[in-house]
Design a protein around this ligand. Structure first.
Ligand code: SAM
Ligand code: DTB
Ligand code: SF4
Length: 326
């Protein structure tokens, strides 16, 4: 079938009833047509010169009991990564202050847990309150949550919870076996019901098929409400992980994924997340043209490299982009 002639550019209510056929047809558009539509929708909803800037910190690294095939931190993988205990609050706040001085408006803290223990959650809540008091937006990603845990995080001042669907429902079982797609949807429900903004996206470049990318965007765009933030990660290939030898995804296919996310979730922040360190400035420019309007800055993501601050400042200057104010 043809791509829908009018998408949601001027609709006030983003659609949550996208069909896979419609999403497949968007992916199949001629590239210029796809970018033109994504740009129109981006401009109808955002200032296209502004990019939201977040910084990541791994507050508890490695030794994770989950078997996510892409991850350096899974105990199932021999990646040479040193496992660490949960950081102390003071060091986390010092890092958050540096992130703020570096221009970030949101600080995202990640922990390599299946789900947080209540004692650990006490410490994370203290970190969240401290980061919030610095005048930053707060985000954490701690694995699966119960409803009471989500409520506690909300009370501590949490703005966003990151929990990704990662890929299509049908490819998922080949990537992760220790928790299900339904488990993830349940955590997302708890987060949403607690009144925390949802950050939920996925990874491409995991040797998935084009139809898996359709399925991933379909799953995200048909959630009960669109995630406020949609990170699209290009796989960081890590030696020793199950997916360490995956064939790289063509950059144009990556840009198409961003564009279809923008068109189907018009009011969400679409984040050009992991993978920028291996991307040319030209590919990143195409991602911004396709409607990406959020990035991670800082020289490290959780365990892997990200472009230098100097490189990113230069990129913003070249493209005439500005950090989005809070
Ligand atoms: N342990 C928590 C969890 O998985 O829910 C939080 C941290 S986890 C590292 C957060 C997300 O980062 C994953 O869901 C995945 O989408 C992304 N990610 C992890 N490793 C990656 C890699 N090598 N390349 C790209 N994205 C990755
Ligand atoms: C997300 O979607 N991407 C970020 C954040 N959420 C937590 C993580 C990217 C991790 C990349 C691999 C690493 O640095 O270990
Ligand atoms: Fe653990 Fe998260 Fe890595 Fe999966 S992605 S192995 S849950 S740290």
């Amino acid at each position: 079938m043809n791509a829908p002639a009018s998408d949601t550019a001027f609709d006030h209510h983003p659609r949550s009833d996208w069909t896979r056929e419609e999403i497949r047809a968007l992916f199949a558009l001629p590239f210029a047509e796809l970018i033109f539509r994504a740009q129109g929708i981006h401009r109808a909803n955002f200032d296209a010169s502004e990019v939201q800037v977040s910084t990541l910190l791994s507050i508890k690294t490695g030794g994770c009991p989950e078997d996510c095939g892409y991850c350096s931190q899974s105990a199932f993988h021999e990646t040479g990564l040193k496992a660490n205990k949960l950081m102390d609050t003071e060091s986390v706040l010092a890092d958050a202050k540096r992130a703020k001085d570096g221009g970030a408006t949101r600080f995202c803290m990640g922990a390599a847990w299946r789900s947080p223990k209540d004692k650990d959650l006490d410490a994370v809540c203290e970190m969240v309150s401290g980061v919030k008091a610095l005048g930053l937006e707060t985000c954490v990603t701690l694995g699966m949550l119960t409803a009471p845990q989500a409520a506690r995080l909300k009370d501590s001042g949490l703005d966003y919870y990151n929990h990704n669907l990662d890929t299509s429902p049908e490819y998922y079982q080949q990537i992760i076996t220790t928790r299900t797609y339904e488990d993830r949807l349940e955590t997302l429900d708890h987060v949403r019901n607690a009144g925390i903004h949802v950050c939920c996206g996925g990874i491409v470049g995991m040797s998935e098929t084009a139809e898996d990318r359709v399925g991933m965007i379909h799953a995200l765009a048909t959630l009960p409400a669109h995630p406020e933030s949609v990170p699209i990660n290009m796989l960081m290939r890590i030696e020793g992980t199950k997916l360490g030898e995956s064939a790289p995804l063509d950059a144009i296919d990556f840009v198409r994924t961003i564009a279809v996310a923008r068109i189907t979730m018009p009011k969400s922040m679409v984040r050009l997340a992991a993978g920028r360190d291996h991307m040319s400035d030209e590919t990143q420019a195409l991602c911004f043209l396709a409607g990406a309007n959020s990035i991670f800055v800082g020289e490290k993501l959780l365990t892997t490299a990200n472009p230098s601050q100097r490189h990113d400042r230069n990129l913003f200057d070249k493209l005439g982009l500005r950090p989005m104010p809070l």
